[in-house]
Write a protein that binds this ligand. Sequence first.
Ligand code: NAP
Ligand code: HSE
Length: 427
Amino acid sequence: MDEMYVALLGLGTVGTGVYKVMKTQESQMQQKLNTVLRIGRILVRDPKKHEGEVDDPSVLTSSYEDIISDPRIRIVIEVMGGIEPAYTYIRDALEAGKSVVTANKDLIAERGGELMAIAEENRVDLRFEASVAGGIPIISPLKNSLAANEISQVMGIVNGTTNYILTKMTEVGMDYKEALQEATDLGYAEADPTADVEGYDAGRKIAIMASIAFHSRVTFRDVYTEGITKITSKDIGYAKTLGWVIKLIALARNTDNGIEARVHPMLIPEDHPLATVGGSYNAVYVVGDAVEDVMFYGRGAGEMPTASAVMGDVFSVARHTVYDSQGSTRDNVYRKIPIKRMDNIRSSYFLRMEVEDKPGVLATIASVFGNNSVSIEQVIQKNKIGTNAELVIITSEVKERHIRDALLILNSSSVVKEVATLIRVYG
Ligand code: NAP
Ligand code: HSE
């Protein structure tokens, strides 16, 4: 095959990166792939807007029909984002015998199973390496290199935007809004950054990784998510004093009582390998019975790192197409493990609260915790807020439902003015 045509759906941050890598890799494709990839079509909403961004503006189109009906196009690269029309476009491409590479975690976390089945039926490939952790290879290692392991845990920092924000707040005392603006300007944030800062983006990524790691379908709806919008410089300061850092952690565990899948801020010890992962870098820490601990680290977002992951998939699919071995990758979800309720997970907790500054208050709070099976490990009281005191309590490990029950009582007690923060502690 002298040349092979691909179509690009989207020419935004990732699409532009893919376009650039296609150009820089062109001269080596023959040696690497035994064919040369050409961009046959690029789908965008407004072709006029993109005319100056491509060598040949005639490839730009706003009609998907131009792509689906073009028999030259063998691979469709979806980098538009969102559920629809992306789902319909990918399904139609697979049914038309075209392989698909996508960076779309929203779609894979929600309807990945359906699309994998359609790909298998039509004996074509569906790849989504870039949907998790940008430039870091993690989907392929979980599916292939670690396939012989019983994986018990996948824990990671998988959102570049929030890691960038927390790093800037921690290291240079930057204000949350300013850090979010910088992350957006650098192309890390989603079109609507709510998905980043509320933990939904990381939730989608951990759902995808958990499904592959545990061979049991985990969808975004199964993941407990909590974002970073309530984290303040005060919490970061206390964490530092205690030898911890605050990170947005995505965690999936395959336990005896089911799968735990959650995303929330977590206090982790300064010497934990994930503590030093800063800026837009991501890392995924996997525990398997044979390999033990293995960590993947790299750029989790941005134009070129994400394009690297997309193009890795495109190269692999192109090789399959040249040698006519498409459709050989199976979904590999073959068992059904229940999802554990968040109430039943165990953790220790960091709580920051504003309380009345008078004798007996600490005893009242301690008795509420005690009555709800929560034991206190550490209490810090150093700041005053007007006439009230700021109290930080670290609990021992306890089931989440006990801490929730205790907080319900404390929130209605006259001595507690506000429970400002609850952060789970690594353990
Ligand atoms: P983006 O900058 O917003 O670009 C989206 C592109 O898709 C634009 O060119 C847009 O066209 C086009 N598009 C959107 N909807 C369309 C429609 N209905 N019809 C035709 N064209 C449409 O997004 P992005 O940051 O590149 O992200 C793309 C995907 O990659 C998303 O799934 C995202 O989650 C994923 N991802 C992003 C990153 C990252 O670092 N940014 C990393 C990993 C994965 P117009 O320009 O004409 O509006
Ligand atoms: N918005 C995402 C992030 C892009 O910040 O990590 C990469 O998936």
